[in-house]
Design a protein around this ligand. Structure first.
Ligand code: SF4
Length: 241
């Protein structure tokens, strides 16, 4: 599946313009998970990532292209222990999966499962608020968690662990980025990821492929593989009837 490959390439081109560090990936040192979202009060908060007027963005892309040989956590900017106030924030996740074959339903299911994982990571003392409308993500980090040594390596490991529970996920790249201009430059890609995901939902809800009367045409014209996926599904349905 290569529906997101253009976005992944454009994202990495932006990320590589920054001073990026590769953090160690140790899943055994993932930050403890709270099991559910927790509320951190303002008085207990050390700072907010993406808070105030700072730009923020979050999105997840999936590919079968062989991008990585192992899991990766990349950081452009200071680590949590070095942050003194509100800062810009992007968290981008790129998932490399096993070959999902030509089965469109399998591909769609994989994307849905990965979306689920995206919203089910709750590091203790790291309160995540996401806006699916604006694709923003704000994180309130507690003073307590900072005292206990929370870091992007530990939080990144928590995300990797969760994603690797999803069938077919081979490697995960988590990118934390705290540079205002790059966060702003990445924002449009979050919109494009949403468009692709919405179009996939449309495809699976409307088996009949009628491009002449479809609101998603601009997305399918732009994203390679989208029309093929819909036509493949329609053919499969015809065969079953
Ligand atoms: S392939 Fe055609 S009918 Fe299907 S979502 Fe794209 S534009 Fe719409």
């Amino acid at each position: 599946m290569k529906l997101f490959d253009t976005i992944i390439d454009a994202t990495m081109a932006e990320v590589e313009k920054c001073d990026v560090k590769k953090l160690p990936v140790e899943l055994s040192r993932a930050w403890p998970d709270n099991g559910a979202s927790e509320f951190i009060m303002q008085k207990d908060s050390a700072f907010e990532l993406g808070g105030g007027t700072n730009p923020s963005v979050n999105y997840t892309c999936v590919t079968t292209s062989p991008l990585m040989e192992s899991d990766e956590i990349l950081l452009a900017g200071p680590d949590l222990s070095e942050i003194k106030g509100e800062v810009p924030f992007a968290r981008i996740v790129i998932l490399q999966t096993e070959d999902l074959g030509d089965d469109s339903e399998e591909q769609y299911r994989a994307i849905r499962d990965m979306e689920f994982a995206r919203y089910h990571v709750f590091p203790k003392g790291y309160m995540v608020r996401v806006s699916s409308m604006s694709n923003e993500e704000q994180v309130r980090v507690s003073k307590e968690a900072l005292k206990k040594g929370i870091s992007f390596a530990a939080v990144g490991a928590s995300y990797i662990k969760k994603y690797k529970e999803v069938a077919n996920v081979k490697h995960v790249r988590v990118i934390f980025l705290l540079q205002a201009d790059t966060v702003t430059a990445l924002k449009p890609y979050a919109g494009k990821v949403n468009d692709i995901t919405k179009t996939l939902t449309h495809i699976f809800d409307n088996i009949l492929a009628d491009c002449g009367h479809c609101d998603m045409k601009s997305v399918c014209d732009e994203v390679e593989g989208m029309k093929e996926m819909h036509l493949g599904l329609a053919k499969k349905k015809d065969r079953k009837e």
